[in-house]
Design a protein. Structure first.
Length: 256
């Protein structure tokens, strides 16, 4: 997840090479609180019942998600006749992100992988310019070739954010002012609902957020929606603990 960019696209995690005016990816915010601390916060005194603290509920949901080995999230956002779909398979150490931008009936794709501490990306010339921010001449040279961005590069942090489990969950963490709402049915399943405002960071503005999570013994996030200046980003979580195979490309160009 990421929030919304200044010209019609939410940035709900969703990331960028250099933030341009049309598209931005989500960036990491904060670390998820340990589950042990959450259990203490949510404890109820013997013989009494009280409504759970909404912020503690949110923290518990994300702590449970952080305890999983892998998950997939699909971010969808649309604005000004453009549509962006970000499908990310996240692990604790890396992941793969496939971003497809559709405009005027034509789709362009970039793949970003985080493997062994380095980022590798490959995309067509159009999306390298429109989404990743490369100059047109450079984009033509790099089109459809793997480009390595080492962790020593100043661009590494912004491009790699939102690919690991921790950085993804940080981007949908809300401030203390979380409120609880009536449960609803989402895709045939009963889900609990929390609403609030995402944590603001240097890269991302605060966005209004709704978190839907499973009403189960071990609650996990099902969907998150974020709105900013009229734009809506929807993030769906699924494919928990499935194998994510990451293989370092053999032939790459290095981005200094």
């Amino acid at each position: 997840m990421h929030r919304l960019a200044s010209k019609g696209f939410p940035l709900a995690r969703y990331e960028t090479w250099r933030p341009n005016k049309d598209f931005m990816k989500l960036r990491p915010l904060t670390t998820i609180v340990a589950a042990s601390a959450i259990l203490g916060t949510m404890s109820v005194s013997s013989g009494a019942s009280s409504a759970p603290n909404p912020h503690a509920q949110m923290t518990a949901v994300f702590a449970d998600a952080n305890a999983e080995q892998t998950f997939r999230y699909t971010l969808t956002l649309s604005a000004a006749a453009k549509r962006l779909v970000n499908v990310t398979d996240a692990t604790h150490l890396g992941g793969r992100q496939t971003i497809t931008l559709t405009a005027s009936g034509k789709s362009n794709t970039v793949v970003i992988e985080l493997i062994a501490g380095n980022v590798y990306l490959r995309g067509d010339a159009t999306i390298l310019t429109a989404y990743m921010g490369y100059p047109k001449a450079t984009a033509k040279q790099l089109a459809n070739k793997w480009v390595e961005i080492p962790n020593s590069s100043p661009e590494f942090a912004s491009v790699s954010s939102g690919i690991t489990i921790a950085s993804t969950l940080a981007e949908v963490t809300m401030t203390q002012s979380v409120t609880s709402h009536s449960a609803v049915t989402l895709d045939g399943a009963l889900v609990e609902v929390l609403k609030g405002t995402s944590v603001k960071s240097a890269q991302n503005p605060a966005a209004k957020e709704t978190l839907y999570f499973s009403a189960a013994n071990r609650p996990l996030p099902v969907e998150v929606s974020q709105t900013y200046q009229g734009s809506l980003a929807t993030i769906v979580f699924n494919h928990w603990n499935e194998t994510v195979l990451l293989v370092t490309p053999k032939t790459v160009l290095e981005q200094k």
